[in-house]
Design a protein around this ligand. Sequence first.
Ligand code: SAM
Length: 281
Amino acid sequence: MGRTSKDKRDVYYRLAKENGWRARSAFKLLQLDKEFQLFQGVTRAVDLCAAPGSWSQVLSQKIGGQGSGHVVAVDLQAMAPLPGVVQIQGDITQLSTAKEIIQHFKGCPADLVVCDGAPDVTGLHDVDEYMQAQLLLAALNIATHVLKPGGCFVAKIFRGRDVTLLYSQLQVFFSSVLCAKPRSSRNSSIEAFAVCQGYDPPEGFIPDLSKPLLDHSYDFNQLDGPTRIIVPFVTCGDLSSYDSDRSYPLDEACTLKRKGQLAKEIRPQDCPISRVDTFPQ
Ligand code: SAM
């Protein structure tokens, strides 16, 4: 049986058709709102990865009352126009797209950023989860530029093996991070939605598009302020044992070892953790 007949059997697919939603995904956002009151007090929103546009439809109908809300929708693909929705066709992982989005919010930040983005699935779970995580981080990067303090970010997430790393990253920026699975999201899918409320970046955090999260040429040594984290460096192992950068003929190594002459001479001032008193003389 083909995809069409499966979709036709799906109750949310039929309901979407009956109610004029462009995709069954509309119900995911509606159900998330029912649980978290996402639209309360919202007048400005960004819909990332928006095509064909059912989330934008929901947003334009629900926020701001009487269509006075302001929605910016972004996708790689073109989308049929929607009343009250500004559309940008572009890749959210690209700097140029991020800049174009931010331009719309100068001086007037957004209350809500949503992202239902999904990469083209390869079937290789690790690759798909990695790609999905990168998309989410690109969306988060944009959110840090446009969200007002206390604002909300909702993004599709794949509940894979390393998902807790993503939760930790999100928790740096939001006072509350939850994982939600709407009823209309198929149980067979690993998709869920990270619902991040209370945008509250670390003190001193300055969003910087010249250092996008996905830029692999990023110089991490130039991080400063709250983004610069230095973890303790600890040497371990017996310093009188073989030096891994040298090669030893076996019999010579045994002699050196017996005489305690394997270790390099290390001056106390070169050594962050002082073990010099245990060095062989
Ligand atoms: N929320 C949409 C709706 O309700 O109609 C459905 C979104 S659909 C599941 C996922 C979308 O993500 C696709 O339209 C795809 O083009 C878009 N997408 C994937 N990667 C993207 C990227 N890097 N930049 C922008 N859009 C992207």
